[in-house]
Design a protein around this ligand. Structure first.
Ligand SMILES: Nc1ncnc2c1ncn2[C@@H]1O[C@H](COP(=O)(O)OP(=O)(O)OP(=O)(O)O)[C@@H](O)[C@H]1O
Length: 263
């Protein structure tokens, strides 16, 4: 069993009267790609923001490579790369300046110059190379997303937390991201990602957890989830709908289809 990189114990987040994350327990090992699935408003982004050090938990604890997220938050931030779902960036920097800025926050003491080499490779892969001297304000949503991906993937961090990695990416870029995540994981990086995409979960993730109303209701690899007798024989979408209590949606869809047949 690989050493745990990310450990959450009864992690909770309360916003006034709303419990967005309600005592979740998780352990994710080195080199694992872990998927966090759930319907809108389930608590995925809130959990990811706590892991990334952007929100303080109101209960429970979390550690990254054995360091406490609350009492050693600075160390944890140095160990963690965060790729948000919405790419807010410094508009008045060029892409190249932004990458240099990120590199200065995560100095590569083991192999100086390696981050720059990787950044060049990824800029080429993502067709961003010719844009590196342009201001970020001129980038499209997808280009910004790819710049953030480049900035985090060029680093050698033990943990990457990624909120909805494929949103805004074209199919070619999405394919490249999947391959880069796999390569990173083979080299020992743990990737914790949230997704709505069943395809990504099935294709990329070693294990998944499904969160509903702030609580984890199922965890395991996709095959083991399917072994539940009530879920046997279901495709991944049906599995997700049943687990998240949205199975009645199938009746709604069937009714809509009948309705459109009548039009
Ligand atoms: N800053 C905040 N203040 C108050 N409530 C918040 C805040 N951030 C999130 N919430 C609430 O916490 C709950 C969980 O939100 P969260 O963004 O974590 O869900 P999610 O699973 O990421 O959803 P989605 O798939 O729609 O992105 C929601 O009810 C949301 O309204």
């Amino acid at each position: 069993m690989s050493k745990d990189v990310l450990v959450l114990k009864q992690l909770s987040k309360q916003f006034d009267r709303l419990t967005a994350v309600d005592g979740i327990d998780l352990q994710v090992g080195a080199g694992e790609i872990f998927g966090f699935l759930g319907p809108n408003g389930a608590g995925k982004t809130t959990t990811i923001k706590m892991i990334a050090g952007l929100l303080l938990p109101t209960g429970g604890s979390a550690s990254i490579c054995g360091h406490s997220l609350t009492s050693e938050s600075r160390i944890c931030r140095q160990l963690t790369g965060y790729i948000p779902d919405r790419p807010y960036l410094y508009e008045k920097l060029t892409g190249g300046e932004y990458l240099n800025f990120i590199a200065s926050l995560y100095p590569d003491t083991t192999e100086p110059g390696r981050q720059q080499v990787r950044a060049e490779q990824y800029l080429q892969l993502f067709d961003l190379h010719q844009w590196r001297n342009n201001l970020i304000e001129s980038y499209s949503h997808g280009m910004r997303q790819k710049l953030i991906m480049t900035s985090m993937l060029m680093l050698d961090l033990p943990l990457l937390v990624v909120d909805e990695p494929m949103v805004g990416l074209d199919p070619k870029s999405a394919r490249i991201v999947k391959e880069l995540f796999r390569k990173k994981a083979r080299h020992g990086t743990t990737i914790f990602l949230s997704t709505h995409s069943m395809e990504i979960a099935e294709e990329l993730c070693d294990r998944v957890s499904i969160i509903v109303n702030g609580s984890i209701i199922a965890s395991g690899d996709i095959d083991s989830l399917r072994q539940d007798p009530s879920l046997a024989g279901k495709n991944l979408e049906e599995l997700f709908l049943q687990l998240t209590g949205a199975f009645e949606l199938q009746h709604v869809i069937a009714a809509l289809r009948e309705d459109s047949a009548g039009n």
